[in-house]
Design a protein around this ligand. Structure first.
Ligand SMILES: Nc1ncnc2c1ncn2[C@@H]1O[C@H](COP(=O)(O)OP(=O)(O)OP(=O)(O)O)[C@@H](O)[C@H]1O
Ligand SMILES: [Mg+2]
Length: 363
């Protein structure tokens, strides 16, 4: 896929912007606060229907404005498409594809994929298991859309079971009332564990390979660490075995809501031992591994939106990153200095105080 043009109206610091993008790597250059991340965010909103920065769309509306609008021209699967997203606080967000209103923004996922790196994505390596689970579920849903439904069903059942555990502990409900929720949890839980392990198994070799391509060491691993490995029957047995403890604590102590993913380099857990640059490289390797997998499975390259990826990387890693990104098709990369890019990009957009324009070479 390729994004050819982006139009932005009353989005963050932009009153209006209209930009075209090169086929390969486009650098978005500007000082701190100029509007680089906002431009990536606008592209993401137009392509996916949501902001990668906030769940509160009202924050994206330019201060003092009543609504925002972002529109993109995209070439995907050999044909051109117009997508637009409009938002006004208090009114449901409106997403249209080729002039037709979509019921849900999720429908855009069937057309193309957008993979984004923002500095806060380092949390995938650095923070608690919940962040890695959320990442793994997003990645799995991009490969197997049905996964999202399983996760939602599991989460609902878990909330119900936990509420019931409190009631059983308080003596207002008999323990047998848990039977039905155990069955539901075991069913969706087993589907989640199976899908997560498929994703990890597919990502692991690509992650190791991409990490080497980015200048990291060989032999790095990505390992799924389920709290409980097994099928529906095993999960059901585990829930029943734990029932007494769960009632005492009024919380469900086993299942895929407690899983983790271990990322390691030189046999050391990157979360605990990785340097800043190593952790950043690992998150980027993960993103590029996923990009590979998406090309293999869907036959089309995702667009890569990379915010501030060059900082903290040495010159060698920067060069390798850009080379590797180039192999993946189109990418928009923000940077404060174009000199941080090891080789000239295919296009440069200069951003300053809410305006954006292509770089005009002085000659
Ligand atoms: N809703 C809004 N309305 C108007 N301006 C906003 C809104 N939200 C954010 N801004 C402003 O937009 C400007 C650009 O922010 P952005 O994060 O895009 O900068 P940036 O170029 O990525 O900077 P940095 O290099 O520091 O990451 C900031 O000054 C910010 O305060
Ligand atoms: Mg920024």
């Amino acid at each position: 896929m390729q994004v050819e043009r982006l139009r932005v109206t009353q989005f963050r610091c932009y009153e209006r912007a209209d930009v075209t993008f090169a086929a390969g790597v486009t650098a978005i250059v500007g000082a701190n606060g100029a509007g680089k991340t906002s431009l990536l965010e606008a592209a993401h909103l137009a392509l996916t229907g949501y902001s990668p920065r906030t769940t509160n769309d009202a924050r994206c509306v330019q201060e003092g404005a009543a609504f925002l609008r972002v529109e993109a021209e995209v070439v995907a699967r050999g044909s051109s498409h117009d997508v637009s997203v409009g938002f006004e606080p208090g009114v449901p967000k409106r997403v249209t594809l080729d002039g037709k209103s979509l019921r849900s923004r999720d429908q855009l996922d069937a057309w193309w994929t957008c993979l984004v790196f923002l500095p806060d994505r380092l949390a995938v390596v650095k923070r608690a298991p919940a962040v890695r689970r959320a990442y793994l579920d997003r990645a799995t849903s991009r490969l197997e859309p049905a996964h999202l439904t399983e996760v939602l069903a599991y989460t609902r059942a878990l909330t119900q079971r936990n509420a019931l555990l409190r009631r059983v502990r308080a003596g207002v409900t008999p323990g047998a009332a848990l039977d039905v929720w155990d069955v539901v949890l075991a069913k969706h839980g087993a589907a989640i564990i199976a899908a997560r392990s498929r994703t990890c198994a597919a990502l692991a070799p690509l992650f190791a390979e991409r990490l080497v391509a980015l200048g990291g060491p060989g032999g790095s691993t990505l390992t799924y660490r389920p709290r409980l490995d097994g099928g529906e029957k095993d999960l059901l047995a585990a829930l029943e075995a734990r029932r007494g403890v769960d009632i005492d604590r009024a919380v469900s102590g086993t299942g895929p809501h407690m899983d983790d993913v271990l990322l390691s380099e030189r046999r050391r857990d990157l979360r605990v031992y990785g340097s800043q640059g190593e952790q950043r490289t690992a998150v980027l390797a993960l993103l590029l591994a996923e990009a590979r997998l998406i090309v293999e499975r869907r036959g089309e390259e995702p667009i890569l939106l990379l915010d501030d990826v060059l900082s903290e990387l040495d010159t060698g890693r920067r060069r390798r990153l850009i080379e590797t990104v180039r192999e993946h098709g189109q990418a928009l990369i923000t940077t404060t200095e174009v000199a941080h890019l090891p080789e000239p990009p295919d296009g440069v957009l200069v951003v300053s105080a809410g305006s954006v324009a292509p770089l005009v070479e002085r000659g």
